[in-house]
Design a protein around this ligand. Structure first.
Ligand SMILES: [Zn+2]
Length: 600
């Protein structure tokens, strides 16, 4: 047993999340965490909503509410969506807690003491009406290179050149159309070049990473520049230095605070369990946590923050890098074991876009379809290692032909026949098992090592494929053995044996599928006469801020209960009730209906 941290990317709280958001890392991180817990590891799965930064400030201004009010609204919506999907967070919190502010400030202070945060006067774009930093992508103007009239401050989409907003001809704010002012302003920068060598040495020791992630990360190290970590903005974490902490116009920038959320959420979780030091078992590089492993799940656009910037913050705080220094009061901290990035999901051949209505929000999806139907689609056809496309026709086909006609049919046939003819799990005939019986039982048992190893190595598509092979073998076995034909009194013992074997394999396949399909796994466990929790589920709880701030909802749960990753022998004689269908067959008309909704 070991300590495993599942650190899941933080959704931005400026709107409800669509299925693209949960396909890349939300559901896969849950599959991984559920499997690791079932295999006996001590898993800590954390995340929360990312709530600072200009986009939330801009949207709040547009709606006439405070940024906090906007964040409160979407934090609640997002937590509820993730609960409905069954994502088993130990703690899903947010970045506006006082605990988070304190941990962010501690990391800032430690990095500053060790010399990795340096002040610098730069020319920055400011909105003249608000005095706030106008981020590069909120500035638009004519490209000085090709003359394209809608070039963004950071790059021109027409000629592809990287730009500096000050070079744009006739620059305008995309927020309110005013002309930005370019002023000298003092900010703090993270001295990434001073951490490049230690990052390179660390990357050289990484094993098992997807090669594209490792290659991409190494390339980033070749021209690392100091990176601004503060902004002229009043919405964010205050800068914890004398002469700065009380300034209302300067804040730590959102990317710096959000990435620290993995650590602050772990500390918050520990404080809530009543053992405030418990987080160290996953984080301390010396002592308790030195053998812990940490896995970070995100979309590919976020690799840089997890494979370079977050390790740089952790290393610099721990006193590693060209300037050495001393670890801060949290001690030396573990860098990521593995950065697991996913590719993109598109929808009906187009990029998801809330503004262009190419979107289906999680809650709308779950109003019409079951969570496990979506989880199944994501597992078999999600963007694990290439960009993939969600189409309603494919969703229908996967649901009806595979989930319902394959797995659902196996469960339904074997449980109904056994319930009707025996009312209980039938006994095995003393005459014993045939070769075919034994072969099927062996196939199912062998699945535990194969499927488990694939999930542990983040090959979930292959893993569920192997589990579904067991299902296909069992369906083939039932068709060949045709227990429904064994009706005579003499045949009944053999019928019992066949159904016993089939139900045992249903039970094993159900365990193999539990990380992927936890809602239906619980139902199937009960159909087989099982009691108690098979697949634990998260709950939303309203909690008090630990340090006196306003209360808020968190997602949490007790995951110490539930099935283990092993075959559990079924006892003959355990009563069976008449089954109810576990999965819903969908009418083909949903494809037209959904496409019509999409067309608006
Ligand atoms: Zn251009």
């Amino acid at each position: 047993m070991s300590h495993v941290l599942a650190a899941v990317a933080w959704p931005y709280a400026n709107g409800p999340r669509h299925i693209g958001h949960v396909s890349g890392f939300g559901v896969p991180s849950d599959v991984f965490s559920r499997y690791m817990r079932m295999a006996g590891h001590d898993v800590l799965m954390v995340s929360g909503t990312d709530e600072h930064g200009t986009p939330i400030q801009v949207q709040a201004d547009a709606e006439g509410v405070t940024p906090r009010e906007l964040a409160d609204r979407y934090n609640r919506v997002i937590a509820e969506d993730l609960r409905a999907l069954g994502l088993s967070y130990d703690l899903f919190t947010r970045t506006t807690t006082r605990n988070h502010y304190a941990v962010v400030q501690e990391l800032f202070s430690g990095l500053h003491r060790n010399g990795y945060i340096v002040p610098k006067v730069t020319t920055g774009a400011i909105s003249p009406s608000t005095g706030r930093t106008l981020p590069d992508r909120y500035i638009e103007g004519t490209c000085p290179i090709c003359g394209y009239d809608s070039a963004r401050g950071d790059q021109c989409d027409n000629c592809g050149n990287q730009l500096d907003p000050i070079d744009l001809i006739d620059p305008k704010s995309k927020i309110n159309g005013e002309t930005p002012e370019f002023v000298e302003t003092e900010h703090f920068f993270l001295d990434l070049p001073a951490l490049a060598d230690s990052l390179r040495q660390w990357l050289d020791t990484r094993e098992g990473w997807r090669p594209n992630v490792l290659r991409f990360s190494r390339n980033l190290l070749d021209d690392l520049q100091p990176r601004a970590i503060t902004r002229d903005l009043e919405w964010g974490v205050p800068i914890p230095l004398d002469d700065w902490r009380d300034r209302p116009d300067k804040r730590i920038y959102v990317w710096f605070d959000a990435v620290i959320g993995y650590l602050s959420a772990s500390i918050e979780w520990a404080r809530r369990t009543g053992d405030p030091e418990a987080w160290r078992k996953w984080w301390s590089a010396d002592g308790q946590g030195k053998d812990a492993r940490s896995y970070y799940f995100m979309g590919k656009d976020n690799i840089v923050f997890h494979s370079v910037i977050w390790p740089a913050l952790l290393g610099g705080y721990s006193g590693e890098g060209a300037r050495d220094g001393e670890p801060g009061e949290l001690g030396r901290l573990n860098l990521p074991t593995e950065v697991v990035s996913s590719e993109y999901l598109t929808m009906e051949g187009r990029k998801f876009s809330s503004s262009r209505k190419v979107v289906i929000y999680v809650r709308d999806f779950l109003e019409r379809y079951d969570a496990d139907a979506l989880r199944y689609f994501i597992a078999v056809a999600g963007p694990e290692s290439n960009d993939t496309d969600f189409t309603w026709a494919e969703f229908l086909r996967r649901n009806n032909d595979e989930l319902v006609a394959g797995w659902g049919n196996l469960v339904n046939r074997s449980v109904s026949l056994a319930a009707k003819n025996f009312g209980a799990i039938p006994p095995v005939d003393p005459a014993g098992l045939t070769e075919a019986d034994q072969a099927l039982l062996d196939t199912a048992k062998a699945g535990f090592a194969v499927v488990g190893d694939l999930i542990a190595r983040h090959r979930q598509k292959q893993a569920i494929g192997e589990a579904m092979k067991v299902v296909a073998e069992a369906n083939k076995y039932l068709s060949e053995q045709a227990p429904w034909k064994l009706k005579g009194a003499d045949d009944k013992p053999r019928m019992g044996t066949v159904l016993h074997v089939a139900l045992q394999v249903v039970s094993d396949a159900n365990t193999l599928l539990t990380p992927f399909l936890p809602h239906s796994a619980q139902k199937i466990h009960e159909l087989l006469g099982g009691t108690g929790v098979h697949a634990p589920m998260p709950v939303v709880e309203e909690v008090d801020d630990l340090d006196g701030g306003p209360s808020y909802p968190v997602l949490t749960g007790d995951y110490t209960v539930g099935a283990r990753w092993e075959s559990v022998p079924l006892e003959a004689g355990r009563p069976l009730a008449a089954p109810k269908p576990v999965f819903r067959k969908l009418d083909p008309s949903i494809v037209e209906e959904e496409l019509a909704r999409l067309a608006g």
